[in-house]
Write a protein that binds this ligand. Structure first.
Ligand code: PMT
Length: 413
């Protein structure tokens, strides 16, 4: 098969397929290597968007990077045209990884101090995506305690350091401070995704609330925004899985690269899940399925004639339990939303619902539901781990790592 010249996948080079890399380039002689890096990232199937600092444009032209990345290059924070096309917050959200290569001493200092005085530093602060930096500078600058202090600070904030390498430098000196070779940087980025973890695996995730109608205009529901489930679906996709997301009504953008099935009620969610779940290896139930529905839904809007009224409710199907009770169930992960006795209730659900794992979260005013943050107590038969408060995206990646580990262990038995 002949592929277009800008797509050259080989069997061993698929690790960044569909991944979105925001490549930041700062001012330094090594900026010329960013051109090669961009090409190699695309060779591996990544989509690359480039952001350059003004100093970087002195070393290599945005036009070169535009041609190589196939996307417009972003240079200004306050550029109305660029903002209209893809604003800086949108760019920050778009990225699966932010990679700064080369990262100059000056940029590292600004990042270490949390400055947001140009587009790239602002993006680094605004993104939820993991940040990787590949320093490049003169060896004395690298060894200077000020630079080392800034690096330690960034590492303490979980920034991944790529290099630097040691060797001959553009200034004629020899020592540490050389930018890693493009291939080494690509390998490190691919490793950060751990894409091989779930390659060839199918993961189904449910998310959001369900609505149980009382009449055509009123329903019973809950405060789930869908954020946690959507983040879990994305984390599974990042780990290399084929993902189906069965979603209740939410105000979130459907994540691309994930098959989304939209449902409204618990019964519809059950139908959608049971129709396909036998094709899946892992089932993660993050949806806040309404526990009750009306015995009868009125055909017309109910008139408020009486001072009070009673609704007769019946239980909705327990979708999670139905899945875990299948004759050949997938690895089944539930969530537990609790306002009290978190651990005891979660362990009970783990057992009663015959789950492989359960992620318990405290819900109530401003936590768990409808918040960008969450914390999870994760339990499985014989073990547990606490995942401390973090943005749901980060938490979802951590939860995914636990799921993968337990899933593989179970497979080996
Ligand atoms: O959507 P967000 O705003 O981001 O909030 C995230 C969340 C709090 C909704 C999420 O983290 C969470 O806890 N989801 C599960 C909520 C819930 O319904 O918990 P539960 O303890 O009532 O149910 C236990 C498990 O059974 C859950 O996995 C649930 O999906 C499942 N269930 C419940 C009832 C039912 N009829 N069918 C089910 O499958």
């Amino acid at each position: 098969m002949i592929l277009p010249c800008d797509i050259r996948y080989t069997d061993s080079m698929q690790s960044l397929v569909n991944k979105r890399i925001l490549l930041g380039i700062t001012g330094g002689v090594a900026a010329y290597k960013s051109a090669e890096l961009t090409r190699r990232l695309r060779d591996q199937g990544a989509t690359v968007r480039v952001v350059m600092t003004p100093a970087a444009t002195e070393f290599i032209t945005p036009l070169t990077l535009q041609a190589l990345s196939g996307n417009p290059v972003h240079t200004e924070l306050l550029d109305h045209n660029a903002e209209a096309a893809m604003g800086h917050i949108e760019l920050a959200r778009w990225a699966d990884r932010v990679v700064v290569a080369p990262a100059s001493a000056n940029f590292i200092a600004r990042l270490g101090n949390g400055l947001a005085d140009d587009l790239l530093s602002t993006l680094c602060l605004a993104t939820n995506a993991p940040l990787l930096i590949a320093p490049a500078m003169n060896r004395q600058m690298w060894l200077n305690p000020a630079t080392q202090e800034n690096i330690s600070r960034l590492q303490a904030r979980k920034t991944t350091l790529l290099g630097p390498a040691a060797g001959d430098q553009a200034c004629g000196e020899t020592g540490p401070g050389r930018l890693l070779e493009p291939d080494e940087i690509v390998q490190a980025i691919a490793a950060s995704f751990k894409t091989d973890q779930l390659a060839g695996t199918r993961v189904m995730v449910t998310a959001g609330p369900t609505r149980e109608f009382i009449d055509p205009v009123r329903y019973l529901s809950n405060r789930s925004s869908g954020r946690m489930g959507y983040a879990v679906a994305r984390a599974a996709m990042e780990s290399g899985a084929d993902v189906m997301l069965v979603s209740g009504p939410v105000a979130l953008e459907p994540p691309d690269r994930i098959q989304v099935v939209e449902v409204v009620s618990a019964r519809q969610m059950r139908e959608a899940v049971l129709a396909d779940v036998s094709l899946f290896d892992i089932f993660i139930s993050a949806a806040a399925v309404a526990d009750y529905r009306c015995v009868e839904t009125a055909g017309q809007k109910i008139k408020k004639e009486d001072a009070g009224m009673a609704l007769q409710l019946k239980k909705t199907p327990d979708i999670l339990f139905e899945v875990s009770s299948l004759s050949s169930p997938p690895f089944t992960v539930g969530f537990a939303a609790e306002t009290e006795s978190l651990a005891a209730n979660a362990k009970q659900k783990l057992m009663n619902k015959k789950l492989d794992m359960i992620a318990a979260n405290q819900v109530g005013d401003g936590v768990g539901f409808d918040s960008e943050f969450n914390a999870l107590d994760v339990y499985w038969p014989g073990g547990s781990q606490f995942l401390e408060t973090a943005p749901k995206e980060k938490l979802a990646r951590q939860l995914m790592e636990l799921i993968v580990k337990r899933y593989r262990e179970k497979e080996e038995v």
